[in-house]
Design a protein around this ligand. Structure first.
Ligand code: CA
Length: 402
């Protein structure tokens, strides 16, 4: 792995990078990007080696699905989403008429992807993608994304300085990759530009277009929570393993409240995100369409569940198989404030649990004689809350620096 021991790229590295940029310039021009656009926005970029570290980073701690969902579908995001449904009601109605995707689903994707347009990512796209196009282990892929970014600028959709995003190049309110933008972004506010950064109507319609092109069925739900009979053969589970409703009924599966399953309707697959003892779901094709947005079942379930909450639905009836639930973003911020007060250098209490927060938690867990799994959990919050603001220094452990 590359380390950041030097402040500036070594000369040989810099030479290699500018030679690579020269080749990219030729490829960009061949794809129809103007020389002026390349020279104004890409010719002078310097590599950002931190994205290479992120490309190769192996997460040190794993995230259980109940922590993942507790942060993504918390009361704050439900309340914000309901306000957005109200605020963008007319646009969302027109989006549904044109693309056949309902407002709650579109808004749920928006809320999970960018917190309703508030968290777009701060890394300059051309710098991240230029670095990844010239260095690291997926250069072919990122070269295409880099050239597509130039195309977006050249076509005048979004100004270069507004193109910031994740380290890997997902950007805007939809967090599309540049290639996805070129395929699927639409201009919905009619100003001639497909602007997924500063136009909510463009972003909402582009999300709906993505789902429609993925095969969204406007007359089907994503699925619903169910209750399993004791002893059900759980080898039947699997997102793509769809069976007729009559078959689930015959096996004794019921709605989560114990009512019988509706007879008929589309085939459904059994999803058991935390195994046989956690919440169970019957999901249909639309669940797989959401999965297509970002290939993870936990991600698709977060969006599906948030869409239900936006429609007025409640939390899952079956609890997750843990006696120590995950934290909402409000709970995470409080936990981070307590960690900071105890002398841990974890940056700001922003509710985002990254490596520094997890390491600080693991240290506190070690002191407490608990398993040092780095989890921002309900019980740890309660313990630290009860302990009050006693700094690590006061406890004679010195200040942490990680
Ligand atoms: Ca537009």
């Amino acid at each position: 792995m590359l380390t950041l021991a030097f402040a500036a790229p070594l000369p040989a590295l810099a030479d290699g990078f500018s030679a690579c940029l020269d080749r990219l310039r030729a490829q960009a021009v061949k794809r129809g990007v103007s020389r002026a656009t390349f020279d104004a926005h890409a010719a002078q970029i310097k590599p950002d080696l931190s994205v290479l570290e992120l490309l190769d980073a192996q997460p040190e701690f794993s995230t259980p699905i109940w922590d993942y969902l507790a942060g993504l579908v918390d009361e704050e995001r439900v309340a914000d989403g309901r306000a957005m449904l109200e605020r963008w009601r007319d646009v969302l109605q027109k989006v549904e008429e044109r693309y056949g995707v309902d407002p709650a689903t579109v808004v749920a994707v928006w809320g999970v992807e960018s917190n309703y347009g508030r968290s777009l990512g701060a890394r300059p796209l051309l710098v991240s993608l230029g670095t990844l196009a010239c260095m690291g282990r997926r250069q072919d892929y990122f070269r295409g994304e880099f050239l597509d970014t130039l195309k977006i600028i050249d076509e005048g959709h979004i100004p270069a300085e507004r193109l910031t995003g994740s380290w890997a190049g997902a950007f805007g309110q939809t967090q599309f990759m540049p290639s996805t933008f070129l395929r699927l972004a639409v201009d919905f506010d009619g100003d001639g530009r497909r602007d997924l950064v500063d136009s909510a109507p463009d972003a909402l319609a582009s999300t709906a277009n993505f789902l429609r092109r993925g095969g969204w069925k406007s007359d089907e739900s994503w699925g619903f929570e169910v209750r399993l009979p004791a002893g059900l053969d759980i080898s039947l589970a699997g997102r793509r393993n769809r069976h007729a409703m009559s078959s689930w009924i015959a096996r004794g599966v019921k709605l989560a409240d114990g009512d019988p399953l509706p007879a008929g309707g589309p085939d459904r697959a059994l999803l058991l995100p935390a195994g046989a003892t956690g919440p169970a779901f019957l999901v249909g094709r639309n669940f797989n369409v959401i999965y297509g947005y970002n290939a993870a079942e936990s991600y698709a379930l977060a969006i599906a569940h948030l869409s239900d909450r936006l429609r007025g639905g409640g939390e899952f009836r079956t609890p997750w198989p843990t006696d120590d639930p995950g934290l909402s973003r409000a709970g995470r911020r409080e936990l981070q404030r307590l960690l900071i007060a105890r002398g841990h250098d974890i940056g700001e209490a922003d509710g985002m649990v990254g490596e520094r927060t997890r390491k600080a938690i693991a240290k506190e867990q070690t002191v407490l004689g608990r398993q040092a799994d780095g989890r921002a959990s309900q019980r740890l919050l309660e313990i630290l809350r009860a302990a009050g603001n006693v700094s690590a220094e006061d406890r004679g452990e010195g200040t942490t620096h990680d």
